[in-house]
Design a protein around this ligand. Structure first.
Ligand SMILES: *Cc1c(COP(=O)(O)O)cnc(C)c1O
Length: 428
């Protein structure tokens, strides 16, 4: 094995600086990398804007963006320049010392959200883990609850660590990983009476609801937007009871919804919220934000070795600044509208197969009817053959999460490919 290379002989195109059309050995890969993912038979090696190329040199329009992550697309000149500059200067030092880039990024987030304090980590799960720990410490030390309970929603997704799979209200992610972390209770999403009932029932003995953790729009659970009346009532309940309202903005935050944060669609502010996917534009970084009243961590109580290192923060700061400089929120609204109108027109051609088109900004989904013979993954495969990358959100929802820089022409091209993909799966 050691004498073999997975990426075969590469050819250098003298006209450009990139390597192209190398070969890729899938079997050799599968022998050494754990099979935790059901991968599509595709290996990508280069990207530019909203386009990516595979190892055969075939081009695809990327409406996955590393799963709602590559905010600025691929090889954005500002991001390339920022990370190049930063790695030449200083890339990692640990949080034993002050990291100026981290302060700059935190300042931007605080100035552009309801947050007053920021903690940096490396992923969405870690950001949620930090939020869960903060809420529990707040429950013990401020609310004086011995057995704090965190309410989360059915069909939610909060990550893959033990605490975050427990927070995730989907049994398929928990199966065979028990014993799970105690202290979570699930309610249906967008159902206020279920929350009121749960708070009443759980308020017994040493147990009490300390926090409610929700996505403003459920991403992995099927691109399901939160309802304004539900969230406003939740905010009111939390204000009256002292229960913390925590939003998982890992997928919907950082401009993807057409507003910087998903909660802006709901007219309520959380006490704590998390970000990750789009924050670094594809460079790993996560963040947990809170109002100062619940900032109860003391030195040594929570930490991350890599968290908020100069490299990741320089990348994220560039994403933030570029969002503003390129007016990307406006683009997200306009392109999102174009995408949904186009998808609705396509859906109208397949009334037995498509039940709904929904989403905010550039996080949109097509829901397939329960009785259709094909799955979202079948549509994704057919679209891939037509040169468009898409990702399912559950078995029956096809998700659209392109880079926020996507152009009008690219949305049109994607719509044509979706139409062709649906024509294939509905007739085969
Ligand atoms: C992706 C996602 C996570 C987990 O993020 P990782 O970076 O994979 O740990 C958590 N919450 C939501 C809403 C997500 O979409």
């Amino acid at each position: 094995m050691s004498s073999q290379t997975l990426i075969g002989q590469a050819t250098i195109d003298p006209q450009s600086s990139y390597v192209q059309s190398s070969t890729f050995d899938q079997d050799a890969f599968d022998q050494v990398v754990m099979s935790t993912y059901a991968r599509f038979p595709l290996a990508l090696e280069r990207g530019e804007g909203c386009r990516v190329w595979d190892t055969q040199g075939r081009e695809y329009l990327d409406f996955v963006a590393g799963i709602a992550t590559c905010t600025l697309g691929h090889a954005h000149p500002a991001l390339v320049a920022a990370v190049t500059r930063q790695i030449q200067k200083l890339h990692h030092v640990s949080n034993l010392y002050y990291i100026p880039e981290q302060g700059e990024l935190a300042k931007w987030i605080v100035q552009h959200s309801c947050a007053e304090r920021v903690f940096f980590c490396n992923s969405g799960a870690e950001a949620n883990e930090a939020a869960i720990k903060l809420a529990r410490k707040y429950a013990h030390t401020v609310l004086e609850i011995d057995q704090p309970i965190i309410l989360t929603a059915h069909a939610s997704f909060h990550g893959r660590t033990l605490a975050t799979i427990t927070a995730t209200g989907q049994p398929k992610y928990q199966k065979n990983f028990d014993p799970l972390v105690p202290g979570f209770h699930y309610v249906p999403y967008n159902d206020i009476s279920a929350v009121e009932t749960a708070i009443g029932e759980l308020d017994e003995g040493d147990y009490r609801v300390a926090a409610i953790l929700l996505e403003p729009l459920q991403g992995e659970g099927g691109v399901r937007p939160g309802e304004i009346a539900y969230f406003q009532k939740l905010r009111q309940i939390c204000d009256e009871t002292g229960i913390l309202l925590i939003f998982d903005e890992v997928q919907v935050g950082m401009g993807r919804s057409g507003k910087l944060w998903g909660y802006e669609h709901l007219g309520v502010e959380p006490d704590i919220f998390t970000s990750a996917k789009g924050l670094g534009g594809g460079i790993p970084i996560g963040a947990m934000m809170c109002k100062s009243f619940c900032d109860v961590f003391q030195p040594g109580e929570h930490a991350s070795t890599f968290g908020g290192n100069p490299f990741a923060c320089a990348a994220a700061l560039t994403v933030c600044n570029t969002l503003e400089q390129e007016n990307l929120l406006q683009n997200v609204e306009a392109r999102g509208e174009q995408l949904r109108v186009g998808l609705q027109a396509i859906a109208a051609k397949y009334p037995q197969h498509i039940t709904e088109v929904r989403g905010w900004g550039l996080i949109d989904g097509i829901e397939l009817a329960a009785q259709t013979q094909f799955t979202a993954a079948d549509v994704v495969k057919a679209a891939m053959e037509k040169g468009l990358l898409l990702v399912p959100a559950g078995p029956k929802v096809i998700r659209f999460v392109p880079p926020l820089i996507v152009t009008e022409a690219e949305v049109d091209t994607a719509l044509q490919a979706v139409d062709q993909a649906l024509a294939i799966v509905t007739t085969s």
